[in-house]
Design a binder for this molecule. Structure first.
Ligand code: TXA
Ligand code: MG
Length: 323
C-alpha cells in the first residue's frame, strides 16, 4: 500500500506534467493533469491510444466536476448525489476548461468522482482535474492491481500508487446527459436499473453513437489469447476438439462445469460482484500461463453482470491481426 510520502510525490509529478498510476474502485488509471495538454498527450502516447479518443476527467467532488461542464441539469445533480463518489461517469457539454486534448475535440466532456480512498486523497491534495484512462495499452485488458500496471507500463511510468485490488473490477458506467434522453454509453459498476430508479425514467444502453468511445469498439478489453463464448453444455466438446488440434486451451467456467483432461481450469466466484472483481485478473493469469484460447461460459443476469457480458463480448470479437 502507498503512503503519504508517495502521495505527495504523485502530486508533484502531476504538477510538473508527469503521469502516475492511480488506483480507483473500478480499475487502475494512468493519471495526468487534465489542464496540461502536454501531459495529456503523454498519456495517449504511453497507451498507444488514438488522440481523438476522449478521456475521463476525475475530480474530488461534484462541485469540482461542475467547473468542467457547461450547465448542470437536475438529472446530473440527482445522479451525482446518488452515486458519487463511485463507479459512474457523466458526459455533459464541456466548459472552456476541457481542452480538445481531453475531449478528443468533441463538445462534451466526461467527468467522474472516484470512490477509492487513495484516488480521493490524491485529487484533494492535487486540487484539480486529472485525466485518467485505464492504465493498460490500448485495446488490452484493464489493470485491477498495481502489479498489473507495472507489468504493462512499469518501464515508462515510474510511480504507481498501490491501493490494493480494485473493489468493482470493471470500468465505470458512462451516462450521456448531453442530449434530451439519458443513455448508458458503457455498462459498468452502476446498472441501468439503478440509474432509472433515481431518474424515474428508463436509461437505455445506447449501442452505437457518433461519439468516439474506445471501449465501444467491437474488439477491446482483449487478452492475448483468443476468447470464445460457449454455452455451458458445449464446453467439454469444444475444449476436447481444440485440445486435439494442439491448441493450448483453458476454460473459465462455473464450478459445476467439468473440463476434459489437458485443459486448464480457471474459476471465478458465482456472485456477480465477485465475478466482475476477478475477471480481468483471471484473463491476465490465463495469458501469463501461455494459453492460446479461452473458452468462457458467460455469466447471466443484470446489474454488474451486464458490464461483464459487455466486456466478454468485446474480448471475443474478431480483432485486426497485428504485423
Ligand atoms: O472506470 C473508469 O472509467 C476508468 C477509471 C480509471 O476511472 N477509466 C476508464 O477510462 O475506463 P478509459 O479512457 O479507458 O475509458 C473512458 C471511456 C472511453 O471509452 C471514452 O471514449 C469515453 O470514456 N469518453 C470519454 N469522454 C467522452 C465523451 N465526451 N463522450 C463520450 N464518451 C467519452
Ligand atoms: Mg480503457
Amino acid at each position: 500500500m502507498s503512503n503519504g510520502t508517495e502521495l505527495q510525490h504523485a502530486v508533484e509529478i502531476l504538477r510538473s506534467g508527469g503521469v502516475v498510476g492511480l488506483p480507483t474502485e473500478t480499475v487502475y488509471g494512468l493519471a495526468a493533469d487534465a489542464t496540461n495538454e502536454l501531459a495529456v498527450r503523454r498519456v495517449f502516447a504511453i497507451k498507444g491510444r488514438p488522440a481523438d479518443h476522449p478521456l475521463i476527467v476525475h475530480v474530488a467532488d461534484a462541485e469540482a466536476a461542475r467547473a468542467w461542464v457547461r450547465g448542470w441539469p437536475a438529472e446530473a445533480e440527482a445522479l451525482a448525489a446518488a452515486f458519487w463518489p463511485g463507479p459512474m461517469t457523466l458526459v455533459l457539454p464541456r466548459s472552456p476548461l476541457a481542452s480538445d486534448a481531453v475531449t478528443g475535440g468533441q463538445d462534451t466532456v466526461a467527468v467522474r468522482v472516484p470512490g477509492h480512498p487513495l484516488a480521493r486523497a490524491l485529487l484533494q491534495a492535487f486540487g484539480g482535474g486529472v485525466a485518467a484512462p485505464s492504465a493498460n495499452r490500448f485495446g488490452g485488458v484493464s489493470p485491477t492491481t498495481a502489479a498489473h500496471v507495472r507489468a504493462d507500463l512499469g518501464q515508462v511510468v515510474p510511480l504507481v500508487l498501490d491501493g490494493g485490488p480494485c473493489e468493482v473490477g470493471v470500468e465505470s458506467t458512462i451516462v450521456d446527459l448531453s442530449s434530451a434522453e439519458p443513455a448508458v454509453l458503457r455498462p459498468g459498476g452502476i446498472s441501468p436499473e439503478q440509474l432509472s430508479a433515481v431518474l424515474g425514467r428508463p436509461v437505455p444502453v445506447r449501442q452505437s453513437s457518433s461519439v468516439r468511445v474506445s471501449g465501444s469498439l467491437a474488439s477491446h478489453y482483449a487478452p492475448r489469447a483468443g476468447v470464445e463464448l460457449v454455452g455451458a453444455g458445449a464446453v467439454r466438446t469444444r475444449a476436447s476438439a481444440l485440445r486435439d488440434q494442439g491448441v493450448k486451451v483453458a476454460g473459465l467456467v462455473p464450478d459445476s462445469v467439468g473440463l476434459p483432461a489437458g485443459v486448464g481450469r480457471f474459476f471465478l466466484p458465482d456472485s456477480p460482484t465477485g465475478y466482475a472483481r476477478g475477471l480481468y485478473a483471471a484473463l491476465r493469469d490465463i495469458d501469463a500461463a501461455g494459453y492460446e484460447r479461452i473458452l468462457v461460459v458467460e455469466p447471466e443476469g443484470g446489474g454488474v453482470s451486464l458490464a461483464v457480458q459487455d466486456r466478454l463480448r468485446r474480448a471475443a470479437a474478431p480483432r485486426p491481426r497485428g504485423p
